[in-house]
Design a protein around this ligand. Structure first.
Ligand code: NAD
Ligand code: MG
Length: 389
């Protein structure tokens, strides 16, 4: 039986992986699971999946994890090195679903000849995309995109050769503020921004979906995954979240990937690839849906998208900085320390303060730039806190 490890097993993607495996237990034996701080949740996940090893990133939770796993025969470890061990353990497939740049080092540690990585963690590609893809290729590791848009595009790309691709389109739901005025958006509180219309996801990506930074990060993700230049990438708002991604070819044909908004669908695709596996997910019923709508994104109300676009064009270390500043700003917004537009303002101000430079050529270089940008963004918080109140 093939073996699977899941990094970020207690999160939203981790839960969807569990659902897919519940439908198809014959697919994998679970080798390792890793999580952040919640020892009880990680122990429960490890037991439910029959994992052999559980790793908690927070060293302080090690004793609680061990106690919760007593009698199960599941080995455990705590601290960042334990998470790296979970990534390195022998497995055919590793799901990368830690949130944020924290997922970069463990995901790269999972690269090994013949292994597949089902990549949900888009921040890896934003922070160090060129290095990440080159390193995966160098080590003979296949990257399969879990992110719904990229998964749809990955499937659509099979319709023609790379040289015949004219344009790649990612759709965006538009988030909870699609129809709100700039003033209303400016007053939005975390609980408003956390109400995503279509998807149920972790807090960070839900805020990114409200600012549309998520789509910006995804354009950068697509640039690296599919090796397409910035000018061939576009984002279109599609509130129903049914058409996830499209590939336009030079003959005028367009191949698209459709599914109801449920992460189990792209996860099942990656776990079974190149085969297919049956899932119990709800099926798409076009007649019941009646219509699908599309509109241009409004970059005046959602400046994150233009910010990400400018970074996409510039290349170099800018994307690493954008990603780190965004992580700091989103956390500050969730803690009620800054207003909603403070998020993109802090990202912009951080990009202004740090000189560009070449794209990171190693995990170490990416983390160094990431730390510098985090410190810079954190130092800016008081200024934007004052503006918000
Ligand atoms: P989440 O917050 O629900 O889960 C994050 C997981 O990472 C948890 O298991 C948490 O314990 C773990 N974690 C956090 N820091 C860690 C660390 N330092 N070491 C080890 N584990 C750590 O997030 P999510 O919504 O599941 O998203 C995970 C990733 O997948 C993100 O990068 C997100 O952008 C991407 N993604 C998510 C969705 C979705 O539907 N949720 C869709 C597309 C892409
Ligand atoms: Mg997505």
């Amino acid at each position: 039986m093939k073996r699977l490890s899941v990094l970020g097993a207690t999160g939203s993607i981790g839960h969807s992986v569990r659902k897919v495996l519940a439908d198809a237990p014959e697919l994998y034996q679970v080798e390792a699971v890793a999580g952040g701080r919640d020892a009880a949740a990680l122990a429960e996940t490890a037991r439910a999946l029959g994992a052999r090893f559980a790793a908690l990133s927070d060293p302080a939770g090690g004793a609680a994890l061990k106690a919760a796993l007593e009698g199960s025969g599941i080995a455990s470890g705590a601290g960042p090195e334990a998470v790296m061990e979970a990534a390195r353990r022998d497995a055919d497939m590793v799901v990368s679903a830690i949130v944020g740049c924290a997922g970069l080092a463990p995901t790269v540690a999972a690269f090994a000849p013949g292994r597949r990585v089902a990549l949900a963690n888009k921040e890896c590609l934003v922070a160090a995309g060129a290095f990440f893809m080159a390193e995966a290729a160098r080590l003979g590791t296949e990257i399969l995109p879990v992110d719904s848009e990229h998964n749809a595009i990955f499937q659509a790309l099979a319709s023609g050769p790379a040289k015949a691709v004219e344009k790649i389109t990612l759709t965006a739901s538009g988030g909870p503020f699609r129809q709100k005025s700039r003033d209303e958006i400016a007053r939005a509180k975390p609980q408003d921004a956390l109400k995503h219309p279509n998807w149920s996801m972790g807090a960070k990506i839900t805020i990114d979906s409200a600012t549309l930074m998520n789509k910006g990060l995804e354009l950068i993700e697509a640039q690296h995954l599919f090796a397409v230049p910035a000018e061939r990438l576009e984002a279109v708002v599609h509130p129903e979240s049914v058409v996830h991604g499209l590939v336009s070819f030079i003959d005028g044909s367009v191949a698209a990937g459709l599914a109801l908004p449920d992460m189990c669908v792209p996860i099942a695709h990656c776990l079974a690839w190149p085969d297919r596996v049956a899932t119990s997910c709800r099926r798409l019923d076009l007649v019941a849906l009646g219509r699908l709508t599309f509109e241009a994104p409004d970059e005046a109300r959602f400046p994150a998208l233009s910010l990400a676009r400018s970074v996409l064009g510039q290349g170099g270390v800018c994307a690493t900085i954008l990603n780190a500043a965004n992580e700091i700003a989103v956390a500050a917004f969730l803690e009620g320390r800054i207003g909603f537009y403070g998020i993109t303002e802090i990202v912009e101000a951080t990009l202004d303060r740090i000189n560009g430079g070449p794209a990171p050529a190693s995990v170490g270089e990416a983390l160094e730039a990431d730390q510098l940008a985090r410190r810079t963004a954190a130092a800016l918080l008081p200024k934007f806190a004052a503006k918000a109140s």
